[in-house]
Design a protein around this ligand. Sequence first.
Ligand SMILES: Cc1ncc(COP(=O)(O)O)c(C=O)c1O
Length: 400
Amino acid sequence: MVRFSKSINNLRSSEIRDLMSLAIKPDMILFSGGMPDNNLFPLQEIDDIYNNLTEEEKQIAMQYGPTSGIPELLGTLQEFLRKKGLPVDNNKLMITTGSLQAINILTKTFIDPGDTIVVENPCFIGAISAFKSYEAEIISVPLKANGIDLDQLRAAVNDEKQKPKFVYLTPNFHNPAGTLYSVETKLALIDILKDKNIPLIEDDAYSDLYFYEEDKPHLTTIKAMDPKGIDVCYTGSFSKILGPGLRLGWMLVPEPIYQKAELIKQAIDACSPSFTQMLAHKFVSSGAVYDYIETVRKEYKIRAEAMVTCLRKHLPQEITFTAPRGGFYIWLDLPKHIDSTEVLKRAIDKGVVFVSGKTFDPHGILNNKMRLSYCNTSVEKIREGIPLVAEAIREIEDFN
Ligand SMILES: Cc1ncc(COP(=O)(O)O)c(C=O)c1O
């Protein structure tokens, strides 16, 4: 009998993933994926970038690079982050193989099996899996309209018996909840975490994808606020602003944390792909990234608004949601007794898929929610698919 590690026994392929594999029919309408639309990738720009690389740049691209990232990208990314107000000068930047690797490395940096951490409920499934793979004990705190429940966060942080090793949050355009934390919530949580010796991992995969200019003041990241008395480990990604296939993300962290993280990354993969780092460097340094972000931001806003309009028209009144102000997702709140996996089964029969709520519950229980993503589906398909989702919900519970 093969003897596997205890930590791998904590990981299971979810029931949802199994259901999803049934749903890969060519004509299926997908509200399930958290990935950009293939049709939106800047293919011509990437062709031009590659074709215009010098021979020396192509050689760098083909070679191993430093663990922290190739100097070319580190330099341009620093400027990109500086423009977002991030404190790049008194922190260290590391390029990672997707920001999920940054989350993994930071977890390994802090966690021994059985250590407690605090996350939001719901929470990004990739992070939940990473935390479980290191055998963290997860305490989840509910996410409300303006951000994490501050009273419960305070209680969790002040629990001396199981003092958390870190707190992991996604304040800007949460996956799956779509939430944007208010500035007041960010300031209040800074106050709660100050001088507690509990680092904050701030996951910022989506803040460039805001829909409304007036929200810009709320998008200031906690890292950019540069709070004293908290080690903020900021993570970001090229996945939503260029392409997830590049597998490039980053962490911006205080120097002592960086030193440990670098040792871990050396052991994992020595360095992230130099090839895609070179492409990303050119894409950012030429300024093309800003035009591209502008384009996708507009497109995702059109799709989000189309989905909101359809949901308002077709959903039973009992189903509530907050219209997204950025990012990729709408999070539906169903009456307590409705099981969204049952709705999903009906929906798949009708030719449409979404992700049911318990996927994002760190404890795998809460299931009267569902995540609909609009990032990877045309307006036409959104208009076709939402009535089918509404129909599936009605079949599970007759609302009339
Ligand atoms: C909140 C959040 N963080 C991190 C990631 C990971 O992105 P990547 O590893 O592609 O950079 C995702 C991907 O969907 C995400 O939604």
